[in-house]
Design a protein around this ligand. Sequence first.
Ligand SMILES: [Zn+2]
Length: 276
Amino acid sequence: MKRRTVLPAVLALLLCGCRQLTPPAEQTSPADTAVTEAETTLTEPETTAQTESTPAPPPTAADIAAMPAGTVLDAAILRDLPADALFTAEPLPDAVFARISGVSYIENPDITPDELRYLRLLHITPAGETKTGEMIANHRIADDLVEIFRALYDARYPIEQIQLIEAYGGDDDASMADNNSSCFNYRTVPDKGTLSRHALGLAIDVNPLYNPYITDTGVIMPESAAPYADRGGDFPMKITKDDLCCQLFREHGFHWGGFWSNSPDYQHFEMRIPQE
Ligand SMILES: [Zn+2]
C-alpha cells in the first residue's frame, strides 16, 4: 500500500520537473505578448473613436419639419427622404396658432383658424442653399401652394426666405423689405383700407423686394424696392409673365398682380374664390 502511494508521488515530482524544464517555446513569448497587447491597444481606441466620431443619424422628415424656418440644410441629407414628407400642409397646430394669435390672426368675421393651413416647405436661396420655410394659407389653396413651391424647389428657382409674418412682428413693410415670401396676414390693402386677399390667406407675395407693389399714386412698396420698380432692368429674382414662378401660379388658377396696369403688384399672386 505504501509503495503504491509513493510511486505516484515520484511520478508527480518527475512530471512537475518536466514542466519546469519545458522549453520556453511552450510559453507565450514576450514578442507574442507584445503583439497581443498591441492588438488590444489598437482595438480599444478604435472602438472608442467609433463611438465618439459616429455621426448623428441624419434628420428625419419630422425632424426637419420641427426646425425653425430659415434653417440651412445639407442637401445631401435630403436625398433619401421622401419629398412628400418635406412639403406638407396640415391644420394649424395649436403651437402655431398661439404664435399668430394677436399678430397676423385676430378675431374677425371673415376667416376662422379652421380654414387655415400650416405649410412646411423647402426652398433654394439665391446663394444656392437649401432652407426650411413655413407659410400659412387658406385651406382652399394649400395643396396648390405645396405643389407650386415643390416645383420651384425642384427647379432650384431662387427664393430668399419663407417666414411667417410673425418673424417681422406682423409688419408687412419689414417683411417685404427683407425679401420675405409670405401669404396669410389679416390686414387691409395699404393705402386702400379694403380687406386684402392676404387676410383670407388667398394671396402670396414672392421675393417682394425685387418685385414691388406700385400704387396708383406711384408709391413703391417696399420703399427700398425703388431700384426694381423699372421692370425693364435686369436683376435677380425678377418675376415676369414668362418666368417659372408666374407660370406655375397661373397654371394653378392664380392671378398675377404684375398684370394690373394701374397699380402693378409684381410680387403678388391671388386666388379669386367667391365668398361662401
Ligand atoms: Zn400681396
